[in-house]
Design a protein around this ligand. Sequence first.
Ligand code: WT7
Length: 696
Amino acid sequence: MIPDKVPKEDVFYGAEEMRRTAHVPTFDKYKDMYMQSIEDPDKFWGDMAKDFFWKSKHTGRFLDYNFDVTKGEIFTKCMAGASTNICYNVLDRNVHERKLGDKVAFHWEGNEPGDESTVTYRELLHHVCRFANVLKSQGVRKGERVAIYMPMVVELVVAMLACARIGAVHSIVFAGFSAESLSDRIMDSQCTLLVTADGFYRGDKLINLKILADEALQKCRDKGFPLHRCIVLKHLSKEAQETSLSCPPAKRSCPDLQDRETSRVKKSRPVPQVPWNPEVDRCWHALVAAASDECEPEWCESEDPLFILYTSGSTGKPKGVLHTLSGYMLYTAATFKLVFDHQPDDVYWCTADIGWITGHSYITYGPLANGATSVLFEGLPTYPDVSRMWQIVDKYRVSKFYTAPTAIRLLMKYGNEPVQKYKRDSLKVLGTVGEPINPEAWHWYFSVVGDSRCPIVDTFWQTETGGHVLTPLPAATPMKPGSATFPFFGVVPAILNESGEELEGPSEGYLVFKQPWPGVMRTVYGNHGRFQSTYFKKFPGYYVTGDGCRRDKDGYYWITGRIDDMLNVSGHLLSTAEVESALVEHEAVAEAAVVGRPHPVKGESLYCFVTLGDGRTFNRTLEAQLRKQVREKIGAIATPDYIQDAPGLPKTRSGKIMRRVLRKIARGEKDLGDISTLADSSVVEQLFLNRCQPAL
Ligand code: WT7
């Protein structure tokens, strides 16, 4: 399955020096380890597990599972019977056994340049213990769910680890989600407490988070699900706190706030409104000030739930993806260590929000399990200007940097100068996640951001997979731009055709996995039936990712996009991602999104939305050039039928293009369904105005 030899041509390598110290220095070593991980998973993961603290050992098999719906219930168990605590492993163990107490866990960088703080492992442990005691004092018990709706601040990490410490299950809702989404999630996972903040700034925009949280709690009440406690962090300035209605002015007596004396709100800007309901609301700072900083961890069983995180389903309401303790801990720790080739002196920065799985696995759990120093960034890549990322890279001397293709494409629009103004000489490994990266963006990331020195790890995974499943290892894997390359240890991919037959050699079809790895999701919270039917019903015996995938002659895996984004044009399957990539390769195009529009003869036709780079104008000549370009890149079958100028694309707050909305626009259907997750709804009106007329 893994090729014996890797190709010599059309591949890229990072700097040679990395190999001297890398955990997995060569492709041969990767292959050996991979074979071992498949042939003897108990030994492979058992060795990894030795790095952690276990209160008691597991009984029976290391991994036990059933992936075949025809044989009974689907399940995965990892290290069943063992007891441990993930918070203990990522904090106490680092402070006490590994003597990393004084090491920086996070450099917090606020939205406003100059707004910053640092927290060491020892300090983080103290904060977490205090807040764990606060949760207990508010009546939270092991196994109960706690909703967290917070901006990117250290206290968000504190809140999640405090839950883990007492065996409570966190259910984090990205702070960019609406009140309605929050209330749906609170009710679905039956949370007993909410942790939130007054508000925060994203660039110039004030988000009144507490108001949204209150709306969500009202919606819960209206639906007969009252929540009795809401803990509110005062994140924004002193002034902001003084305008709040009745929160006790505990600030000065609160040790957590000593580094919060400076205002987070510029003088000229509005401060958040913080309505206060004394029946329900409690001040984070007052509670913490009164709490002890010692808290014995709750020893939990390996398969006890750790967290729930919602992900959108292709049909129906979001699914509460449930991850459990030991397997997730091992898997995020191992992937972080090997995929970023973590070294003790690294400074690591993942630009994702903790509200997404990327933040859970690769801001909180994976890096902390490894005793890493990370940057925790509250702001935006474009605020106050488009150099912000590179300025931060230089400021903290970031060595491992992880971001999304959409951010790369966004910054690429502004050219090289904002990047090259900064040195970036500390960078060693670059990573991407979230969607296929088009070769154009890959090359820019590699040559401009990384000065052709840093390998790019294009990590394919999902909320459901818990951690990376297809990914290069930075020193070992020759890279092909746009390919997530090969499976991580313990992962066995296959490509199936429509009839469920495994395809060998170069092929294209459904990407599935044949057996579990420790970090795979265990169920959809409260709906095991939905879990089984979503992921295991179509092809019994396999976990179905929902992604299309191609394997090339060298055995490299290429994600072609969601199966639901595949188009069928005259009986040929086309990947929208492939067409988009071809469009984006045109120098005038910054971003493109392609959807299907019903066609009486061909079945579907290609409707393309293109966002042009700064200073470019849309006209007939450009349209013709783009058609030609796609034809040349893919073939006549992929020739776009419609190309529409799209000054902006409808995106979720996490930057994913909402193709569902684009499909409706392409069809001229005004009823867009639920667009509450859209970041900017004015984009949609503009797109309706510019619609292409039916073909001549
Ligand atoms: C879907 C999962 C994993 C954290 C962020 C997204 C797409 C993700 C890649 C990649 C091509 C990718 C897939 C996948 N995806 N990473 N490197 N190359 N596609 O988590 O919201 O659960 O989305 O994102 O389509 O199924 P998610």
